[in-house]
Write a protein that binds this ligand. Sequence first.
Ligand SMILES: NC(=O)c1ccc[n+]([C@@H]2O[C@H](COP(=O)([O-])OP(=O)(O)OC[C@H]3O[C@@H](n4cnc5c(N)ncnc54)[C@H](OP(=O)(O)O)[C@@H]3O)[C@@H](O)[C@H]2O)c1
Length: 334
Amino acid sequence: MKKLPRVSIVGATGLVGRSLLDLLAQRKFPLSELTLFASSRSARKTMDFLDDELEVEELTAEAFREKTDLALCSAGRKVSYMLRDWIEGTDIVVVDNSSAFRMNDEVPLVIPEVNPEALVGHRGYIANPNCSTIQLVMALKPILDNFGLRRVVMSTYQSVSGAGQAGIDELSAQTVALFNQESWEPKIFPYQIAFNAIPQIGPFGPDGYSEEELKATNETRKILGLPDLGISCTAVRIPTFACHGESVMVETEKETSPEELRAVLAAFPGVKVVDGPEDNLYPVPSMTVDLNDVFVGRIRRDLSAPNSFHLWIVADNVLKGAALNAVQIAEALL
Ligand SMILES: NC(=O)c1ccc[n+]([C@@H]2O[C@H](COP(=O)([O-])OP(=O)(O)OC[C@H]3O[C@@H](n4cnc5c(N)ncnc54)[C@H](OP(=O)(O)O)[C@@H]3O)[C@@H](O)[C@H]2O)c1
């Protein structure tokens, strides 16, 4: 039997890192040793894993190389650039949640239910797609396979947890401050996020699209292997704590119907259809917190164009949008 890998979580104290730790325990991930890395700020904090209490270590090249066969990384882009250099010439494999190398041609960008074949021949570095991309592509894939895809237009309704623990803290503090008529300073979001909606996630590029909008369009094309797919996105931050919602218009190549779309979506692994207009049934973010699946509802014809349909897609951005997808990639690698 092959030796079990020594696994490291890099960014273990963050929102995604904590979820990675829970998932490794829940799914009984096969490992021989687990090391938790974070910044010097968190060194010597302790975190529970199964029956053990593990001490968080400051990330250094030496410690990382010495203790790792497989790393699950969620510590932001800067750390990912370092890790890619550190694994050069070693057999260490990194599954990275940051956007640092997602669009690099040598780096597979993988959703295990959608394009597991991209893992074959990887060179030690594998990227996890962006949270809003993953839930979109999970719904697009069965539509593409059955009816073809001509065009996708999406607007997102993204929770503050997409900006990490600091995003959650800012919405909490601002809500309390506003109720108490106290002053507050925006740090993470460009405007007031409590009781508001902000149509900007990340900096804008020259054509007016935000970084998050370009991630969703470019990553979707790469994962589906459709470099010319017509797709555009408006990404909006809203004051929910968990789970992202997406309103998506898809134009299919072949004739189909809402009934057929429901059937192919429901048959796809990891997707659940929650769609019953007669009972006011559709997924909402509060319903999908801590759930692994991607939920789709409000499936209906566009009344203004042929072969066009609207979907409403909701998923837990920290789970399927990040930690769960990364652990599924690691499981597929093993
Ligand atoms: N949140 C989401 O929904 C989501 C979804 C998809 C992808 N991601 C990506 O996942 C990554 C982490 O996101 P998050 O939401 O978990 O953020 P977070 O809550 O802010 O956590 C960041 C983590 O990175 C660690 N870190 C920061 N600088 C470090 C350094 N120099 N060396 C070692 N560790 C360092 C932090 O450690 P300390 O505690 O010591 O500061 C913390 O553990 C980001 O790249 C993000 O883009 C997030």
